[in-house]
Design a protein around this ligand. Structure first.
Ligand code: NAD
Ligand code: 89Y
Length: 343
């Protein structure tokens, strides 16, 4: 197994999870440098994680360190410029969701890496969460038959603005922040969508974007799904950050319920199981489900590099998810169903 040299850019709120997860994978990758335009954040990430070098300029880090890959953990407005810099330097890159703020930037950055001939993966971690991996494995085994109907729901009132204050300032909000995850999971279970209809709501006062979106989709095989995204849901207990699923096929069904409980109905028998993440020394509730999936997502990236294969959440794959977000926003604008562009 090759020991790869990685460099990370963006040392903010979520990067701590990436750096802890890279430490879990220390036998396969070593983070040799970090970068942030804010020198104090870069310096403290380097100090806290024993990383030998830190930078405030990304291209200086690339030309000095010549890493095997870059992990981009900045917010979306910077993704295009950072990925294009990776392409110029011929470096493989994994970039956090959402891929970019809009469709034009998404296409441009995927195309830049294509032209450079370097791998690009989106750090889309929800499909790597323990209960969703297990549920998808069961659905894909064929035991439930062909998909007919699905419901994918992320509903919370958890104070996400505390750790991620920038979310209160974005005009395209819940669909770009959590919708990318939920719609990506919907694609995993239902296949590509041919038609998207969305209704949005702005419930919380004092924020710029929509904080609730309900997306109805027709899929290529005729199946129908509903994806629910809410940051304005008041319920007790609050299930943040769990995604609940109800998937029906021609032969059976599966539900992903609270606390990682799977309920399966199939011709081969009905059963329930718990598919929960294992505890992590650096992780904690309510984030453990996501923190564990960060390790799994990074492991998948290293597996793909080792195998020379396209990651499941490659830039190209993620264009299909982003196209659903764009179609949903267009549907909100036009009031009718929209055919997504990528499919
Ligand atoms: P943040 O604002 O806390 O951190 C981003 C950091 O990037 C900041 O420190 C900023 O100074 C730095 N930065 C911005 N542009 C830069 C540039 N050009 N060069 C160097 N540094 C730069 O944001 P965050 O909450 O850590 O989110 C980062 C990304 O992670 C976002 O895209 C967000 O959507 C995503 N995220 C994903 C999950 C998940 O579960 N997948 C959860 C939270 C956040
Ligand atoms: O930004 C969101 C994400 O991507 O996962 C969870 C989150 O941090 C808040 O809902």
């Amino acid at each position: 197994m090759t020991l790869r040299r990685g460099a990370l850019v963006g040392c903010g709120f979520f990067a701590r999870n990436h750096l802890n997860a890279w430490a879990e994978l220390a036998d396969r990758a070593k983070i040799v440098a970090v970068c942030d335009v804010d020198g104090e954040k870069a310096a403290s990430a380097a100090a806290d994680f024993g990383i030998p070098a830190f930078y405030t300029d990304f291209e200086t880090m690339l030309s000095t360190e010549k890493p095997d890959f870059v992990d981009i953990v900045t917010t979306a407005p910077s993704h295009r410029a950072l990925v294009e810099a990776c392409a110029r330097h011929g470096v493989a890159a994994v970039v956090q969701k959402p891929l970019a703020p809009d469709w034009e930037d998404c296409r441009a950055l995927v195309s830049a890496m294509d032209k450079a001939g370097r791998p690009l993966m989106v750090h889309e971690n929800f499909r790597f969460q323990a209960p969703l991996l297990r549920a998808a494995e069961i659905a894909r085994s064929g035991v439930l038959g062909e998909p007919t109907w699905g419901r994918f729901a992320f509903r919370t009132g958890y104070d996400i603005y505390k750790g991620q204050p920038y979310l209160a300032e974005v005009e395209r909000f819940v669909l770009l922040d959590i919708g990318v995850h939920v719609l990506d999971v919907a694609r995993v279970f239902m296949g590509e969508a041919t038609s998207v209809y969305c209704l949005d709501q702005a419930i919380k006062q004092g924020i710029k974007g929509e904080d609730q979106a309900t997306v109805m989709m027709r899929h290529a095989n005729g199946a129908v799904s509903v994806s629910e995204c809410s940051y304005a849901s008041r319920q007790s207990p609050d299930l943040f950050p769990q995604t609940l699923i109800h998937f029906e096929g021609t032969k059976g069904s599966i539900r992903v319920e609270a606390d990682c409980r799977l309920v399966v109905t199939s011709p081969e028998g009905n059963f329930t199981e718990i598919a929960a993440p294992k505890p992590l020394s650096w992780g904690g509730e309510p984030w453990l489900l996501i923190q564990d999936s960060v390790v799994s997502t990074q492991r998948h990236w290293l597996d793909s590099l080792d195998a020379g294969s396209e990651p499941a959440t490659s830039g190209h794959d993620n264009l299909n998810t982003f196209a659903l977000v764009e179609a949903a926003y267009k549907s909100i604008e036009t009031g009718g169903p929209v055919t997504p562009e990528a499919f």
